[in-house]
Ligand binder design. Sequence first.
Ligand code: CAO
Length: 418
Amino acid sequence: MMDSLPLTGIKVIDFTGVQAGPACTQLLAWFGADVLKVERTTGGDVTRHQLQDIPDVDALYFTMLNSNKRSLAIDTKTAAGLAVMEKLIRRSDVLVENFAPGAMDRMGLSWEHIHELNPRLIYGSVKGFNDESAWADLKVYENVAQAAGGAASTTGFWDGPPTISAAALGDSNTGMHLAIGILTALIGREQTGRGQKVSVAMQDAVLNLCRVKLRDQERLERVGYLEEYPQYPNGTFTDVVPRGGNAGGGGQPGWILKCKGWQDDPNAYIYFTIQEQNWARTCEAIGKPEWATDPAYRTAKARQPHIFDIFADIEEWLADKTKYEAVDILRAYEVPCAPVLSMKEIAYDPALRESGTVVEVAHKERGTYLTVGSPIKFSDFKPTITGAPLLGEHTDEVLLELGYDGDEIADMHAEKVV
Ligand code: CAO
């Protein structure tokens, strides 16, 4: 096991809010960076107050995205506040921001100025759209990015409207991309000694996760149909990738299938995949061994015209099995499948707790709360997740670190700079 975490000693100014930026800096904090959240003195990050479950206590939206950080509350629009920021920039390795386009420039903190103050500093930036976009000036939240990145037009059912995914493809996903960019720039700095600006647009990050749909657009334009979509061969295609419901998306057809109790339990379902190379064993598993050699079922091509009849037959087999029983049977035959889990089942899953993927952490005002731990596992260390800071909890501590004395700090409090 390592004595210190890999990012120990890396100083990060976390000038971010809501989800995309905080998700990035939280990851860096888990892995050992000293992440200092710089927030408005009036309320701090807006998520502290959004969807509160306990009156006047930081909301879970905030605490789940800001663990392992310190908090400095400061008005960067005052001369004294800006001077503190400039001191921080001079001594830091990374600054991350995700304000609306132009906000950093308006604050007197343009990339050029920051680069001049500290040429080694890496500046990470999230915006809704990249600089070349006609929409580069827009303010953007999660679902706006899903709409613009190709996720919404390709998610949902063909007879319904474009649909938003519950997964934070626009926010946390963009933050993860930015974290990769920042770590790359840190390695680059070892060669050049120079920092650089790393930008990720939410539209681009969503599209990066929708690449198979861009693949499908190209295939559609060449051949006019997409054989793995429910629309094939009995439906019609236009010239744009349609919504495919719960179809597999890769070369293996799959669907969400009902299990015992679906009438009362909205999550009594499994995802069932028909893996081409495992067809004979799949037939055995579901009690239809004759399908393995039947010409109407033997190949993927033969199955596709009546794939929904096949799924209906499998649902009949599932009717007297819970989703857990079904998966237990199917796993013995190597059928790729999983139960559809509710958030309640995930929250109380002992294995997710054991692996540190779901963790309970202490918080000064709310006692303990449940949050998501690192999904990345290392052989040499296990990230320890600690509770999110209160607003301005480390203000004086940080000002002392920067060399301010007690009187100067008192003045800053009196003048509401901090
Ligand atoms: N002291 C003083 N002022 C501060 C400050 C501080 N410590 N921290 C921030 N501010 C100021 C900013 O300078 C900005 O001022 P101006 O509007 O005068 O330039 C102001 O607070 C508000 O910042 P904002 O415009 O970013 O905030 P918003 O609530 O209006 O917009 C959002 C939020 C997310 C739509 C916008 O920031 C955005 O589009 N960001 C880029 C894309 C992004 O990351 N979106 C994902 C968010 S997660 O869903």
